[in-house]
Ligand binder design. Sequence first.
Ligand code: TYD
Ligand code: MG
Length: 465
Amino acid sequence: MPRTKKAYVCRECGYSSPGWLGRCPGCGAWNTIEEEAPAPPAVVRARRGGAGVAVGGPAPLRLSDLVISGDERIKTGLEEFDRVLGGGLVAGSLVLVGGEPGVGKSTLLLQALLHMEAAGVPCLLVSGEESAAQVKLRSLRLGGAESGLPLLTETQVEQVTAALERIRPGVCVIDSVQTLWSADVGSTPGSVAQIREVTSQLLVTAKTHGIALVLVGHVTKEGELAGPRVLEHMVDAVLSFEGERAQPFRVLRAVKNRFGSTNEVGVFQMGEQGLSEVPDPSAVFLEEGDLRSGSVVVPVVEGSRCLLAEVQALVVPSALAMPQRVARGVDRNRLAMIVAVLARRARLSVLQSDIFVNVAGGLVLEDPAADLAVALAVASAYQGGDGACGLAAFGELSLTGKVRYVMQGSKRIQELSRRGFDRILAPTRNAQEYLGGTGAPSARMQAVSDIVQAVRLAAARSDSG
Ligand code: TYD
Ligand code: MG
C-alpha cells in the first residue's frame, strides 16, 4: 500500500500546501489550514472495485447512433426556478444551490419538493441540518403538512447513498452538503476533503440511477461557497440564492449551467407562506422608489429579461481623512472607479465626500450598463436639485469618461418606454441602433457620448430640456 502523504488544505478556499501555514496564501484567511489525509475519490474506488474491466477497454459510441429521448425536464412547480434551471431539473444531474444562511434555501427546495411529490415525481428530502419536527413545522407554513414526501434525517453519506439505491427517487434534495460526512475521511464535516468526498459519492449514485440531485450549500460572508472550487466543477449547475434578509425579495441566479443559460435570474418574494414568484420584477423594484434627486433608474439585462432597477446615492461632506464609499448592490471597486471618473473627467469635487450607493429592493447589479446610472445618481446627489427626477440611464463608463455601447440597448429602451420613462440617456450607438431599427422614437431619449455631456443633460430640469 502506498504511504499516504499528509496534505494541508484551506477549509475556506481549498488551497493545498505541503506544510501547515497560519495564513492561507490562496484566500488570505487566518487559521483555516487543516491537516488532511487525502482519500481516493469515490469515482476512482468505484472503478477499481466495481464491475470488471472489459477486455480491450470500453467501446466508444458513435454520435450518429445516439438517440436523444426528448428534453424531459422535471418541473419544480416554481416557474422562476424552472427558468433559471433552463426549463426544469434534468434527470441524473447535480445542482448546487448556494446562499447565505437564512436567505430561504430550505424553503425554496421544500416548496419545490412538495410540488413535485404532489405531481407524482418520487422525491426524497435528506435533512442533515433540521430535525424531522422542524421540517414538519416548515411544511405546515407551506401548506404541505399532509404531503407524503419521504424525509431522511441522516448525515452519513454512505447511509444516504444506500437509501438512494433502495428508494431510487426521481429527485433528491440534500440540505446541506456541509452537514454530510463520510467515514472514509478523517476530517470534520464541512471541510474541503469531506465535501469533495461526499459530493463524489453522491455523484456516482445520482448518475448511475438517473436521480436529479440538488445540493444545498452555505456561502461564507465573503460570498464564496465553502470549498467552492472543489464543488463547482463537479456539479452540472451552480445556482446562487441572494437577497437581503430584511428585504422580502430574493434573486436566484445561475452561476454555471450545463443545461441552460447562465444569465437567467428568477425573482421571488418571501412571505408568510413561503416564497412566491414575482413575474414582473421591475414593478416591485421600482414600486417603493420616490425617484427624486440622487436616484436614477437603470434597465439591466438578466438573461432573457430586462429588469428596471433604481440606483440611489447620497453624497455628504466627510469628516474623515479617508472618506467612506459604501455600496450595496454595486461592486465597491466599480463605484470607486466611477467616482474617480466623475472627479477627474466631469470635474465634480466628490473625492472629499462620503458616498453611499444603494440599489433599491436588494438587487445586485452586475451588468456594466449600470455604470452611467450610478455615476448620474452620485452626480445628482452631489449637485442637488430635481434634475434627475424620473431619469433613466444606461451605458458603460470607460476610464477616459466615454459612455460606451452596451449589449441589447433596444430591449432596454423598449422596457423603459413600456414603463413610461420618457427621459432616457443612452449611449450614442445604442440610440442610433434603436432609432434605425423598428423602435419608435422615444419622446425624450437623448444620446450621450461622454460623462460630461451626460451630467449636464441629467442636471437640466426635466421641463426645460
Ligand atoms: P430558510 O429556508 O430556513 O433559509 P436557509 O435554508 O437558506 O438558511 O428560511 C429562513 C427564513 O425565511 C427565516 O428567517 C424565516 C423565513 N420564512 C418566511 O418568512 N416565511 C416562510 O413561509 C418560511 C418557511 C420561512
Ligand atoms: Mg436551511
